[in-house]
Design a protein. Structure first.
Length: 284
């Protein structure tokens, strides 16, 4: 039985279709005082699969409610987008490591199950789970989508050194050159970004990253790449957080298109991670 949380209903339906499994009917609502309410309107099976991204605190509460409902079952938990993944370190005294705190809150419900995450921002988070946990890579799925665009003389770019591994995976799949953006501080307020080695003039470019949040830094990078002669610039990201006016910023900067997966259900979520989730669940 597959149970889709409120932020992952479409993806849960796609995974259920791939696996040929029952998709449970659930009810989600918010009381007038702001509290969340969840009901699984089905008889629970011995093994259940819960699919729920946690982009907001309320989504995390819904997930905890689902886990509590299903605690007598063996639970496979899929969190396609794991909120608080960027709070994986303590930088100042008195700060929490919130990613660890979230994993610790989930652990009591997962004694007989497994956790599946997708392109988690910090792989060290896997160690905070008391059950087996894996990190699924959606990069090849995004690369397949890029391949269908028919781009010319393609260069795959990482926005920084942190995403180089992802960019190299994509470049290898696409048979393309790969580079990363090197930042040079021009003054106290000005920063220049340019590929470290490759000349982009008259070449198509795809920037690969694990997520797009506010879009500000990425928009600046796109403007600079176009100023440096790139023909067309696309953006490919696993997690389309896209807060506020992020999409407007990116298109104003001259991006040709935004490609993203359905770890979060957004208008740009044209690549489904259902196949890699279904494959991981079949492995058990």
């Amino acid at each position: 039985m597959i149970i889709g949380g409120p932020s992952s209903q479409l993806l849960a339906g796609r995974v259920a279709a791939v696996l040929g499994e029952e998709l449970a009917l659930c009810e989600y609502r918010t009381f007038p005082d702001g509290e969340s309410y969840t009901q699984v309107v089905a008889s629970l099976e011995e093994r259940v699969i819960i699919i729920q991204s946690t982009p907001t605190d309320q989504d995390l509460v819904y997930l905890l409610q689902l886990l509590d409902i299903c605690q007598e079952s063996s639970i496979d938990l899929v969190v396609p987008y794991f909120g608080y993944a960027r709070q994986d370190k303590i930088f100042k005294p008195g700060e929490p490591m919130t990613a660890r705190a979230v994993a610790t809150a989930l652990n009591p419900f997962l004694r007989r199950g497994k956790v599946h995450l997708v392109n988690i921002h910090a792989p060290s988070i896997l160690s905070h789970f008391s059950c087996p946990a894996d990190n699924l890579d959606a990069t090849p799925l995004l690369a397949d989508k890029v391949a269908s665009l028919g781009l010319k003389d393609l260069v795959v770019i990482s926005p920084d050194k942190g995403a180089v591994a992802m960019a190299r995976t994509a470049a290898s799949a696409l048979g393309a050159d790969c580079d990363y953006l090197q930042k040079t501080r021009l003054s106290g307020t000005e920063v220049s970004m340019a590929p470290k080695e490759i000349d982009l003039r008259n070449r198509d470019v795809v920037i690969f990253d694990d997520m797009i949040a506010t879009g500000g830094t990425m928009a600046t990078a796109i403007e600079m790449l176009r100023a440096q002669g790139a023909a067309r610039v696309y953006l490919a990201a696993v997690h389309p957080v896209l807060t506020g006016s992020a999409v407007l910023k990116l298109y104003r900067s001259g991006v040709e298109g935004i490609l993203a997966t359905d770890t979060l259900d957004r208008g740009v979520s044209t690549v489904s991670v259902a196949p890699i989730i279904a494959k991981a669940l079949l492995k058990g």
